[in-house]
Design a protein. Structure first.
Length: 594
């Protein structure tokens, strides 16, 4: 799902002139009378942003998600309930398939034009065009049957699911955001998908970017920073509990830094206001700085397990190369899983502040993690046995296993240069692999280059990589397994399909079809116990087939400077919600103490 993830904050929330959305007092530790308006919140991003276009954005975090208000509903960070937001009210049919939303009156885009039902129709129409390459294309249908979004009148939108869907409220709150019809539809009608794909590049003049959220882009300096300024119309329909317009801040400054170490340096130097230490060492450095009074701020260690994990994905494309044939054999992936020392990753790289992972269900959803999914946990002897069965019984002079045809057991593992955690994981894999005669070369490249490599194909339809260490974050809570963009085979093949191991646009392996069928069965199951049983089946397939060799998940820690105010109540900060949705604060209720 799309989420505004820079500084681990929530999607901005809001309301209308005639009936503004009022932020409950329970969403902040501060009383409105204590708040100072103005000021700039300072944060970081670990790489340059790729695009300003909401229809082609695929990386996380990204600027389009950070500039949107949200959608019909939002989730209360304290109670976890779905409540009307850009819709002032809604109804649900008795068969749970049809939702009718009455749009909140008085909402405006950052250029002053009204936000109407047409803007959801525009968003739906363009995201549903496969040729556009939207990252949420696969979310526009249920088991190949389209979710229908129609305009009833200028203030009313109807969403009809082809069948009752347990994740429906998550869908209408976190998938389909409105996009400005007056900006995108003329281009779409005249130039089609190609016209849309060429709009709003990272070099587009910020004055031409129209947003619904609390902030709009003021300027972007590649390699340096993005500066966001207050959307003058947002406060007309978004109020705090005392009726004061939101947001409190004048702006947000997002510094672009080279890697996670530079991010820590920025916080220790007092150049940014919010920070989430990624391992024990960084956590210890922040604590030491606060204990020594070098930083005046707040640190909350071990707030929750993080709703994310890292994994290795192999290129299983249907090609005649030796490597892709090897990678496509589940015995190889099982053997690889057994040289992954997850406990060492948690201890050495995360400093003990994390947990091994074996499926795409994050450890934070502990009640959903199936038993017995660690069948291929760290076991070098077991890995050697499987590799022997694959024909790797001898080592060459360099100590690397070879098969009878002289093919070396050697490949390159790529991960992003900005992420020191993933580099640490890659080094552990490399060291353990060497011990059994598997040669794993490592390559650290820019994140944007790596994500492009996942999708890019040559003239013969082949992708040019062996294995990539990457991760996913976020997702739903009602059925917390990988979503359709991850499990569906018939994705886009470019520009956002997250079925990373196979992008041939067809299912190559029986387990893919099994997983897809179980997923849609789970989405239609309203009985919690039955839904968990389906999730267990999916995890057992994943654990056996290892399409994504899961590694480890972090514990989340939050830190912020004393000038940064307006956090959620501590119980909410330490909850599953903070880990999965919001972080420690709602951006629009954040303020700077001066």
């Amino acid at each position: 799902m799309k989420k505004a993830l820079f500084v681990a904050m929530a999607m901005t929330l809001g309301s209308s002139l005639a009936a503004p959305f009022v932020y409950p007092a329970s969403w902040t530790t501060n009383k409105p009378s204590e708040v100072q308006t103005g000021g700039t919140l300072r944060t970081v991003n670990l790489q340059d942003f790729k695009t300003l276009n909401p229809f082609v954005s695929s990386e996380s975090p990204n600027l389009p998600d950070s500039l949107t208000a949200g959608s019909f509903l939002t989730q209360d960070p304290v109670t976890d309930e779905f409540i009307p937001y850009m819709a002032e009210k809604y109804t649900q049919s008795a068969d749970k398939r049809t939702f009718t939303f009455t749009i909140r009156k008085g909402m405006k885009w950052s250029d002053g034009k009204p936000i109407t039902a047409d803007d959801w129709i525009t968003s739906y129409t363009i995201h549903s065009d496969k040729n556009v390459g939207s990252n949420i294309y696969d979310y526009m249908s249920i088991n190949n049957q389209p979710i229908k979004v129609t305009k009833v009148d200028a203030d009313t939108v109807r969403v009809v699911f082809p069948k009752a869907d347990v994740t429906a409220l998550e869908w209408v709150s976190g998938i389909l955001y409105p996009e400005p019809t007056h900006v995108f539809m003329p281009v779409y009608k005249s130039k089609g998908a190609d016209g849309i794909k060429n709009m709003w590049t990272i070099s587009t003049d910020p004055k031409d970017i129209v947003t619904s959220g609390s902030f709009m882009l003021d300027r972007y300096q590649r390699g340096e920073r993005a500066i966001l300024k207050k959307n003058p119309y947002f406060g007309e329909w978004n109020k705090d509990s005392a009726g004061k317009p939101l947001p409190y801040l004048d702006g947000v400054q997002i510094n672009i830094v080279a890697d996670a170490n530079a991010q820590l340096t920025q916080f220790l130097a007092g150049n940014i206001d919010v920070y989430s230490p990624g391992d024990r060492d960084k956590l210890a450095q922040v604590k030491a700085a606060m204990d020594a009074k070098k930083i005046n701020g707040v640190l909350i260690p071990n707030a929750s397990a993080r709703a994310s994990s890292d994994f290795v994905v192999f290129n299983l494309d249907d090609s005649a190369t030796y490597k892709t044939k090897l990678f496509s054999n589940p015995k190889f992936r099982q053997a690889f899983s057994m040289i992954v020392n997850r406990d060492a990753m948690v201890d050495l790289t995360l400093g003990g502040l994390g947990a091994p992972t074996y499926t795409g269900v994050y450890p934070v959803y502990k009640d959903w993690v199936a038993s017995g999914v660690d069948k291929y946990k760290f076991n070098p002897a077991g890995a050697i046995k499987l590799l022997n069965e694959l024909g790797f019984t001898k080592k060459g002079p360099d100590g690397v296993l070879v098969d009878k045809n002289g093919n070396k057991l050697e490949f390159t593992l790529i991960t992003n240069a900005e992420n020191t955690r993933r580099q640490g994981f890659a080094k552990i894999i490399q060291d353990e692999a060497k011990k059994i005669g598997m040669k794993v070369n490592t390559s650290f490249i820019a994140f944007n280059q790596m994500t492009t490599m996942l999708d890019a194909k040559d003239n013969f339809g082949r992708r040019n990589f062996d294995a990539i260490l990457i991760g996913l974050t976020g997702g739903g809570k009602v059925f917390p397994v990988s979503g359709p963009s991850v499990i569906e085979c018939s994705g886009l093949g470019e520009g956002g399909n997250l079925h990373m191991f196979n992008q041939s646009n067809k299912c190559r392996f029986p387990f893919e079809t099994q997983t897809i069928n179980l997923y849609w069965k789970g989405r239609a199951e309203f009985n919690l116990a039955a839904r968990k049983a389906i999730a267990n089946q999916m995890q057992k397939i994943e654990a056996e087939q290892q399409p994504y060799v899961q590694l480890a998940a972090q514990t989340v820690h939050f830190a912020w400077t004393a000038r940064t105010q307006g956090e959620l109540p501590r119980a909410a900060v330490n909850s599953l919600n903070a880990s999965t949705l919001y972080g420690p604060r709602i951006l629009d209720l954040t303020w700077i103490k001066r």
